[in-house]
Design a protein around this ligand. Sequence first.
Ligand code: ADP
Ligand code: NI
Length: 217
Amino acid sequence: MISPEVISACEEFVRQELAGDYTGHDYFHIQRVRKVAAKLAAEEGADPLVVDLAALLHDVRDYKFSGSEEAGPLAAREFLLSQGVDLQTSESVADIISKVSFKGAQVDDYPLAIEGQCVRDADRVDALGAIGIARAFAFGGHNQQPLHDPSLEPVFHESSEAYRQKVCSTVNHFYEKLLLLEERIETRSGRSLAKRRTQLMRDYLSAFYREWNGEDF
Ligand code: ADP
Ligand code: NI
């Protein structure tokens, strides 16, 4: 049994860790992911507690902030153990966190049990649609990327190293990752959400090019 106090402590820890984020990985992102993950978990019969803890902790000290693949899962595990959460739950949560990230167009996702699938799908769905577009351009600005550069071709990365080192325009990030996520969603409701949100992004990109080319007079 995990007490409501542990969940509150976890919320406070995550809130502090992500404070001052302007890359689209703020605490509101965590709240959205938690909410979608909980719905998916209920539909899929996944353990709601493991799903909630992994959704809460999934971006803490992530590679993009820490430069380390291990720091996030390790921090989550240590935090949960410090709160008296049992070893098995702490390790399940850390394992999910280590397998959530997209690593490149030609790099397969890690297999995950249903709890991890719910968290990964919820995180990915938040990278799509209207919110996903906003987050991509916020991230791009933070990363000093151009909005769009017609001379740059999208790259379908073959390794996580190549993906991590990528230099891209934000428009190309849609082709290199965002439009590819729908195919990788595993839960049923996650898929239908992803389908709608991906269509919205396709429509957005069509409008973007019409405006870019002055074809919308
Ligand atoms: P993951 O959860 O798969 O590790 P990230 O946390 O790195 O993914 O990225 C999630 C969010 O950050 C998405 O909304 C995505 O659009 C945005 N993002 C990541 N890299 C870039 C980039 N190079 N350009 C624009 N947006 C990016
Ligand atoms: Ni996330």
